[in-house]
Ligand binder design. Structure first.
Ligand SMILES: C[S@@+](CC[C@H](N)C(=O)[O-])C[C@H]1O[C@@H](n2cnc3c(N)ncnc32)[C@H](O)[C@@H]1O
Length: 278
């Protein structure tokens, strides 16, 4: 049975047609949170929809409605609790690791799990890796679960850093991952390591940190740079800023790969550009 069938009789046929088709579920089989976007036309019926989602997915204990765009440096958004438990902290299972988090306090997207695996499979044993905007540490953990490496994670949001520490411990990776709280601009150069690989998962603004990444990368190292691109010009702006920052840092770069990661907004994509620093 689907959501439509559960809500038949409670909503009109017109309203059933505009129900959200998909939504994110973060958590486990025991406790999860659903995050939904509801069209304006269903205003006043949101609680009914939320209760339907909880009936359909027995593990969903809270339903949150997106109430703003992501904003600020911590990339958080406002949510409205439509139904269920006020406590929205969950433990999310992704591949072979667990992540504790509260989606109301930290950035996390379950849709990026495949991208994390893609990066993790590129890493080679023995590498020193830096994740510049590490959040609750999903990249750090995905990499350290797969490979014999040392990973540094730098995060400015205190809550995300707190969860990251719990997650590293919970996955038994304390000997492989070092977490530092603070602004990547100040923290990364202070680490006094040169890295084989740097991951920059901050699509909205990572270009402002390319100079730092170029300072911290080893000769021959690889940077995974996330940015936004418009449908008709996916990579051009990203490549331009990489080349201009490299020039300022007196370094040469070679673009290795570029690809779409996920849709970001109508006709806008989150993209990743991988490049080598020669
Ligand atoms: C798009 S989220 C990605 C988080 C994580 N890597 C993930 O994949 O779930 C970007 C993260 O960068 C953090 N951030 C933003 N500016 C920062 C800075 N200057 N230094 C360190 N972290 C920063 C935000 O708090 C946020 O958690």
């Amino acid at each position: 049975m689907g959501l439509k069938e559960i809500l038949r009789g409670k909503l009109s046929e017109e309203e059933l047609k505009i129900l959200p088709r998909s939504f994110d579920i973060i958590g486990s089989r025991e406790k999860a949170v659903a995050i939904i976007e509801i069209p304006e036309e269903l205003k006043g019926k949101e609680k009914i929809v939320a209760e339907g989602i909880m009936k359909l997915n027995k593990n969903v204990k809270s339903v949150l409605k997106k109430a703003s765009e992501r904003k600020g440096i911590e990339r958080l958004r406002e949510y409205e609790l439509l139904a269920g438990d006020e406590n929205t902290e969950v433990v999310h299972k992704e591949y072979n690791y667990w992540l504790k988090l509260d989606p109301r306090k930290v950035y996390f997207s379950p849709r990026e799990a495949t991208e994390r695996q893609r990066i993790a499979s590129k890493v080679k044993n023995g590498e020193k890796v830096l994740v510049m905007f590490s959040g609750v540490a999903p990249f750090c953990i995905a990499i350290a679960k797969k490979k014999n490496v040392k990973v540094y994670g730098v995060e400015i949001n205190e809550e995300a850093h707190r969860y990251a520490r719990i997650n590293v411990g919970m996955n038994g990776l304390s000997d492989k991952i070092i977490l530092v709280r603070g602004d990547a601009r100040e923290v990364c150069p202070r680490i006094k390591e040169k890295f084989d690989r740097i991951i920059m998962p901050l699509p909205f603004g990572s270009e402002n940190f390319l100079d730092v990444a170029l300072k911290c990368i080893k000769k021959g190292g690889i940077i995974h740079f996330y940015t936004l691109g418009s449908e008709e010009n996916l990579y051009e702006d990203g490549i331009k800023v990489i080349e201009s920052e490299a020039k300022k840092s007196k370094k040469k770069v070679e673009i290795l790969e570029k690809r779409k990661v996920l849709p970001y907004a109508p006709r806008r994509w989150k993209v990743c550009i991988d490049f080598k620093v020669l």
